[in-house]
Design a protein around this ligand. Structure first.
Ligand SMILES: Nc1ncnc2c1ncn2[C@@H]1O[C@H](COP(=O)(O)OP(=O)(O)OP(=O)(O)O)[C@@H](O)[C@H]1O
Ligand SMILES: [Mg+2]
Length: 222
């Protein structure tokens, strides 16, 4: 209990924002959470604090030093591309078995609550044959699925859920992170999803949510 991947229906959906909000919430509550971002593309070595790993480290009260980055984000690539493409640009490959072993080891050795931010959406390719959902399933941890409230998100969210369940990945909760300027209301998105998703908790996060709003979600994870 208390260990989750954080994945999403796609890139830029709010995985890091939500992870940092949860980490801050837990630390304010006196807990000592752990966080990892094992695979990172678009990494700028001159501004490591701006990367996802840098943001997670900041939320944990740690520095964006090379040692800290190596500890939580060992697969770092410069190109802002899907992980397989970003790795190929550097003549590298992500070894799927090593990635799974790293995640299992991180989960075994870390305090709770623990978050492991995945990369891109659930079907983002990691190598020639594996996508993010395979990584989550093989690591043996459930995930939080972050979705938006934009028009079209219902289909993306239900498709992502099917994809995760197809490979046996557990879904702890679906979090609808409000899309700014959407024609679809956050509540309407939640209500519609609730009709199609049975047995999986749904949580709504309004844009710039106060810490109190994150507390409800945190309660689902610990
Ligand atoms: N609830 C929110 N309130 C305010 N800003 C948010 C919220 N959710 C996301 N954002 C902002 O939206 C942008 C994208 O979010 P974020 O970086 O967390 O997405 P991501 O899913 O982690 O993306 P990536 O696929 O690159 O890892 C960021 O600038 C983030 O600060
Ligand atoms: Mg991110």
């Amino acid at each position: 209990m208390g260990a989750n991947f954080i994945t999403g229906t796609g890139t830029d959906i709010g995985k890091t924002w939500l992870a940092c909000a949860l980490l801050r919430h837990w630390r304010a509550a006196g807990l000592a959470p752990a966080a990892f971002k094992p695979v990172l593309s678009g990494f700028d070595a001159l501004r490591p604090e701006l990367s996802d790993a840098g943001q997670l480290l900041f939320a944990l009260g740690r520095e964006s030093s090379t040692a800290e980055l190596d500890a939580i984000a060992p697969w770092r690539f410069a190109a802002p591309l899907s992980p397989d493409m970003a790795a190929a640009r550097e003549g590298r490959r992500i070894n799927f078995d090593e990635l799974v072993a790293f995640s299992r080891q991180a989960a075994a050795a870390s305090p709770r609550p623990l978050l492991i931010e995945a990369v891109g959406g659930v079907m983002a390719p990691l190598d020639q044959t594996h996508t993010v959902r395979d990584w989550i399933a093989a690591s043996g941890l459930p995930c939080l699925l972050v979705a938006g409230s934009y028009l079209g998100s219902l289909s993306h969210t239900l498709t992502a859920l099917e994809a995760l369940q197809r490979v046996g990945a557990g879904v702890t909760a679906i979090v609808v992170n409000e899309t700014p300027g959407s024609t679809v209301a956050l509540d309407a998105t939640l209500e519609a999803l609730s009709r199609f998703v049975a047995g999986i908790p749904l949580a709504a996060i309004a844009r710039d949510s106060a810490r109190a709003d994150v507390a409800g979600l945190a309660g689902l994870l610990c």
